[in-house]
Ligand binder design. Structure first.
Ligand SMILES: Cc1cc2nc3c(=O)[nH]c(=O)nc-3n(C[C@H](O)[C@H](O)[C@H](O)COP(=O)(O)OP(=O)(O)OC[C@H]3O[C@@H](n4cnc5c(N)ncnc54)[C@H](O)[C@@H]3O)c2cc1C
Length: 397
């Protein structure tokens, strides 16, 4: 069994976690990554208890924790008034409540922790500069084709024989493109603007280890500490009709600030702090009724990209990885094991996708509906708000 190889397309958070989980289940894993280096853009990611529980099971939690922050609290803010609508203690209280910690971390730190752990495992072979562009089902497994592009050898192609192919190649997955050519990402008419600022650039009241969700008409802002508490990550979400995707897009701070005219001094202090922002057009997928076929399956954003409003995209990819490895461990019928994985994951990820789309409407209300929402939130405790998401945070494999 240990000699049996599984190919994972993509070395994002999903692909790397899948490699760790599959190696732990006794497989050899070849990870094919299109990029020439494993690196993430400057931004943060929240890891809820459902994700950290999986990282603990994969023995990688301590490594991830080293550069992360355990937020001491969570607060929903009235973006215009700068007042707290509702709040809850996090830290040990949330860990006790949901059985695992909540972390906030810079993406580069998370990806580097996962990649370093994977590189230490001899059964995992990460090959960079490889774009998966096709596959052929064989009587015993699959042949995966990849285009190889590196500075030394130029471009050619390679074919890898494996038991199975896991498409963890993101929102615009090539593997999904072969399986479901008609499926297209759906544009959410919003942009996420991201920046990371040194903590020293902020007044002390905004530099505490608290995750804040600032709500206002048509737009919202999320702030939380990263880099072991030395920096604050900002995500601002605004209406936007530009569909160009990628992080290299010009993002003029004045344009962003115009969406936050009339917001409180504290919210604007955060928004004014970065010298530059990265802008990302938001796309997601409608829940896919079926994911894979034969010895091929999907994982993470390739299967269930969702808007970031519940901060669960990466967490769901991490859950996928653990369930996939559980289903494949010791399996003699690989396609049947992959269908079992999909049957376990599809209903849950579809529910999270739908809930995340629902938050889009709730977060961006304006006029009387916004005031009514804030009133309801004010009368509910922050603890009650967290309890509403027990079905997400309390998940166990
Ligand atoms: C603004 C914003 C904030 C977010 N905040 C959070 C959060 O707080 N918490 C959370 O859990 N989630 C969050 N998410 C979601 C999270 O970022 C994604 O769900 C997660 O990164 C998906 O991981 P993945 O590995 O599935 O895909 P990706 O990260 O997209 O990785 C795919 C990898 O595959 C590679 N690749 C692509 N095509 C090929 C190919 N043909 N061959 C080989 N390799 C290929 C890519 O180069 C990439 O490395 C957020 C998303 C956004 C946009």
């Amino acid at each position: 069994m240990a000699q049996q190889n599984i190919v994972v397309a993509g070395a994002g958070i999903g692909g790397l976690t899948a490699a760790l989980a599959l190696a732990k289940a006794g497989f050899r894993v070849t990870v094919l990554e299109r990029a020439g280096a494993i690196e993430e853009v400057g931004a943060g990611v929240q890891l809820a208890a459902n994700a950290t529980r999986c990282l603990q099971a994969l023995d990688v939690y301590e490594r991830v924790r080293a550069n992360a922050v355990v937020p001491a609290g969570f607060a929903v803010m009235d973006g215009r008034r700068g007042t707290v609508i509702t709040s809850a203690p996090m830290g040990a209280a949330a860990e006790t409540r949901f059985g695992a910690p909540f972390l906030v971390i810079h993406r580069a730190d998370l990806q580097s922790a996962l990649a370093t752990a994977a590189r230490e495992i001899p059964a995992i072979d990460i090959r960079l500069g490889r774009t998966v562009d096709g596959f052929t089902a064989l009587s015993s497994g699959i042949a995966v084709q990849a285009e190889r592009h590196d500075a030394a050898s130029g471009e050619d192609s390679e074919s890898i024989h494996a038991l199975a192919l896991v498409g963890a190649d993101g929102l615009r997955s090539a593997v999904r493109g072969v399986l479901h050519p008609a499926v297209r990402p759906s544009f959410r008419h919003r942009a996420a603007w991201r920046a990371t600022i040194p903590i020293a650039a902020l007044p002390a009241r905004l530099a505490d280890p608290v995750t804040r969700l600032w709500l206002g008409p048509g737009a919202h802002l999320v702030s939380y500490p990263v880099k072991a508490g030395t920096a604050i990550n900002l995500v601002a979400v605004t209406p936007d009709e530009r569909q160009l995707h990628g992080w290299g897009l010009a993002a003029a701070p004045e344009e962003l600030l115009a969406h936050y005219a009339g917001w409180s001094d504290d919210a604007r202090a955060l928004l004014h702090a970065p010298d530059s922002w990265l802008r990302w057009a938001l796309f997601d997928l409608d829940p896919l009724p079926a994911w894979g076929a034969g010895p091929v399956t999907l994982l993470g954003d390739a299967a269930h990209a969702m808007p970031p409003f519940l901060a669960q995209g990466a967490a769901q990819a991490i859950e996928d990885a653990v369930v996939l490895a559980d289903c494949l461990k010791g399996a003699t019928d690989i396609p049947a094991a992959l269908r079992r994985y999909e049957a376990l994951r599809q209903p849950r990820t579809a529910r999270v996708q739908t809930a995340a789309r629902g938050m889009d409407r709730l977060y961006h209300l304006s006029g009387p509906a916004r005031l009514a929402r804030d009133l309801v939130m004010r009368t509910r405790s922050g603890d009650a708000m967290l309890e509403r998401y027990r079905w997400i945070y309390g998940w166990r494999a």
